[in-house]
Ligand binder design. Structure first.
Ligand code: AMP
Ligand code: GLY
Length: 431
């Protein structure tokens, strides 16, 4: 029986831990540091350690069989290198491989060299040169902080004024600190987005079910970019043909290209896609970004649909033994709605009391993210994205209904929630 450690504290980690705890081969799942939801789940044990060396020592002392890493920050800091050096089994990319996410410039340069389809771009550290490039290219245009900025370092500028202001903020005003000391400026792409997440063991690739998230704060994809306000799986835009095209044009060349460069990729690999059309009407798939981890909130609907013993899949992936491994999926669709704190994403307010939480059943689950348990046992808001309520149903329309019915039971002061998660998929289902 396996002892598993999940690193992180968000909704993604709650969903991973929740699914792993149901695996037949798992004895215990520890979550470090976890949240109020993982604390309340009797199958999970929170571990109040965030220092990576301390975590490694704890994993060694407690004979942890498998570690899986949720967020990008510990990956970019080299948690996989650290654990592996001590002989521990961990699933995730090394610090070097995680640059596919931790540096937009690294990722764009890699894609250019390997012929992987993505938006045309230039990288800048100099304000004046960036302004001149924007004037030459015109709007709309996209400005991205080079480093990690929790999904918020991207400005899709519809006007020249917005584009210049974004450059001033990042390069001049140091809005994202070091992460924004270098910016990537790229061509604006049109089409429909999807999240394409696979497991990679260095050589072999095992695709997860497709998914799609909504990154903007407000309905109709308006307002500022966030980490994600909701997601669903499967994503109908990823048809069988699109799936094959993405594997052939993006995923396989990426895994092969990293190995060619001497940076073997292991871990979840997430390609943010723009699915569009060229002038001749042929379908195009372009990479908007790579993430070196699963998506949040995409993981919540994906884990809600995965069947079988996921710990064994992760173990095979961590050991380079993914060849021939398959995944089984619930035929139902799953849709997750994020309940966010007042002030998110700019300045989330903490401390509001959450009421109306309910027990999961076969068609509804609540995953926690920014929550903590107060001394009197009540559950409080402690971060920007607070909860993700997942509903399952025969199609996206039914899953959406289940998710919103469940979300309506929950309340906290200032709660923000989009009312239209899944609208594109639902329009497809209606037509
Ligand atoms: P990223 O973090 O790079 O995925 O960017 C966040 C969001 O900004 C994406 O999900 C898209 O909605 C949007 N975006 C990023 N790059 C582009 C682009 N080149 N063209 C249009 N929209 C983009
Ligand atoms: N939902 C987008 C991300 O995890 O990056």
């Amino acid at each position: 029986m396996l002892k598993v450690l999940v690193i992180g504290s968000g909704g993604r980690e709650h969903a991973l831990a929740w699914r792993l705890a149901q695996a037949g081969s798992v004895e215990t799942v520890y979550v470090a540091p976890g949240n109020a939801g993982t604390a309340a789940d009797k199958r999970l044990t929170n571990l109040p350690i965030t220092d990576l060396e301390e975590l490694r020592d704890w994993a060694l002392a407690n004979a942890i069989d498998l570690t899986v890493v949720g967020p990008e920050a510990p990956l970019a800091k080299g948690v996989v290198n650290l654990f592996r050096a001590s002989g521990l089994t961990i699933f995730g990319p090394t610090k070097e491989a995680a640059q596919l996410e931790s540096s937009k410039d690294f990722a764009k340069n890699f894609m250019k060299r390997k012929g992987i389809p993505t938006a045309d771009y230039e990288t800048f550290t100099d304000c004046e040169a960036a302004h001149a490039y924007i004037n030459a290219k015109g709007a709309p245009i996209v400005i991205k902080a080079d480093g990690l900025a929790a999904g918020k370092g991207v400005v899709v500028a519809m006007t020249l004024d917005e584009a210049h202001a974004a450059v001033d903020d990042m390069l001049g005003g140091h809005k994202f600190g070091n992460a924004g000391a270098r910016v990537v400026i790229e061509e604006f792409l049109t089409g429909e987005e999807a999240s394409f997440i696979v497991m990679v063991d260095g050589k072999n690739v095992l695709p997860m079910a497709s998914s799609q998230d909504h990154k903007r704060l407000l309905d109709a994809d308006q307002g500022p970019n966030t980490g994600g306000m909701g997601a669903y799986s499967p994503a109908p835009v990823v048809t069988r043909d699109v799936h094959e095209q993405v594997m052939r044009e993006i995923i396989e060349p990426t895994v092969r290209g990293m190995a060619e460069d001497g940076i073997e990729y292991t871990g979840f690999l997430y390609a943010g896609l723009m699915v569009g059309r060229d002038a001749e009407g042929r379908t195009t798939v372009k990479t908007l970004e790579f993430n070196c981890r699963m998506g949040d909130p995409e993981t919540q609907p994906i884990m809600s649909r995965i069947k079988g013993d996921f710990a064994q899949t992760l173990l095979a992936a961590a050991k380079g033994e993914l060849a021939g491994v398959t995944l089984e999926w619930d035929d139902r669709a799953a849709l997750g709605v994020v309940l966010a704190a007042k002030g998110y994403p700019e300045a989330p307010e903490k401390g509001a009391v959450i009421t109306g939480l309910f027990d999961e059943d076969d068609a509804h689950v609540v995953f926690h993210a920014g929550t903590k348990t107060a001394e009197d046992g009540s559950i409080l808001v402690s971060g920007g994205r607070v909860l993700c309520v997942v509903g399952l149903g025969d199609n996206i329309t039914a899953a959406q209904k289940a998710a919103y019915e469940a979300a309506a039971k929950i309340h906290f002061d200032g709660m923000q929630m989009r009312s239209d998660i899944g609208y594109r998929a639902i329009a497809r289902e209606a037509s």
